[in-house]
Design a protein around this ligand. Sequence first.
Ligand SMILES: NC(=O)c1ccc[n+]([C@@H]2O[C@H](COP(=O)([O-])OP(=O)(O)OC[C@H]3O[C@@H](n4cnc5c(N)ncnc54)[C@H](OP(=O)(O)O)[C@@H]3O)[C@@H](O)[C@H]2O)c1
Ligand SMILES: CC(C)(CO)[C@@H](O)C(=O)[O-]
Length: 318
Amino acid sequence: MLSTPGTDPVAVVGPGAVGLALAARLAGRGHPVTLCGRPGTVPLSAVTSSDEHGMRTADVEWHSEPARVHPFRWVLVATKLHQRDAARAWLERLVDSHSLVIVAQNGIEHRELVPPHVTPRQVVPALVHFHAERHGRDRVEVRQDGPGLVIGDDAPGRRARPLLDRTGLGVCPVSDFTTAAWRKLMVNAVANPLTTLTCRRVEVLGDPAVRDLAATMLAEVAAVGRAEGARLPAAAVDDVLAWIDARPAGAGSSMLADRLAGRRLEYDGLLGAVVRRAHRHGLAVPVCTAVLALIAALDAAPAATHDTFENQEQQWHE
Ligand SMILES: NC(=O)c1ccc[n+]([C@@H]2O[C@H](COP(=O)([O-])OP(=O)(O)OC[C@H]3O[C@@H](n4cnc5c(N)ncnc54)[C@H](OP(=O)(O)O)[C@@H]3O)[C@@H](O)[C@H]2O)c1
Ligand SMILES: CC(C)(CO)[C@@H](O)C(=O)[O-]
């Protein structure tokens, strides 16, 4: 049984934007926080988080070798979805039968991340409804633009809530987590690839032809979500488009930012998951399948630099 979190130690796997935001808040409340980072990276000893209330710096521990960690009662996972194998390697060592694993990621496959020895009652999927942007490796800027962390109002969710409350980022328990996850997936599976493929910010969805494409994709995603048990009426497509329209002027997307920085793209656990589930239900999702092929092909190629274009042009002329 888990007791209240008090100031228990917490392990955070994936010290990126979301991981640092959670780590900084918990460390600031007196929890000894251990960041579990990519092997071979330089250790961090402190993290700084800023928001509309100011800036705070808190000390942290650092590990980059799963073999060297021991089980923690509280484990937060905030890697990207394509870093699943790395996260699993950490969880193999960090989790025992007393642990609770809170998976703060997009998508619908939170429970598939954890190793077989972890029971479903030990896993808490959490949808991130705040915006966190990393500056350098040890600084994060947080903007509250939603309810914070959305979790299921079930037994594991209720066990996680006291710890998550201590982040001050907001916790929103929902009775229908499946619908909440699919609503968010509608946004991420569509807006992220379309911004990345066009190399344009979210405003690209205001372009009439791209908007039609987005609406068709959203209708396909919603149909798959309904087959998975999400309550998504036909109006969900317009609701999602209206939500995207309301993004602040100049808003980009996390996938476009990753592409521009030359990082791998988080598409398989989002649009890829939609297409996989569609196949399972015998549903045709032709437009999502086509866009998935394009984003996968883009991810397979290194981000083009001016030099690469010049080299390619030279090769074509030879
Ligand atoms: N940021 C947001 O505002 C936001 C909002 C909503 C949802 N989300 C979702 O939240 C999740 C996390 O997103 P994020 O923005 O925090 O991503 P991120 O900034 O890319 O962070 C991922 C972190 O995982 C680390 N990592 C990679 N391999 C690792 C390994 N072997 N061991 C340990 N750590 C490893 C990365 O290390 P390096 O630093 O070395 O690359 C990075 O620090 C994603 O599913 C995202 O879609 C994010
Ligand atoms: C809507 C969105 C494109 C920006 O908030 C979001 O899906 C993202 O950045 O991942």
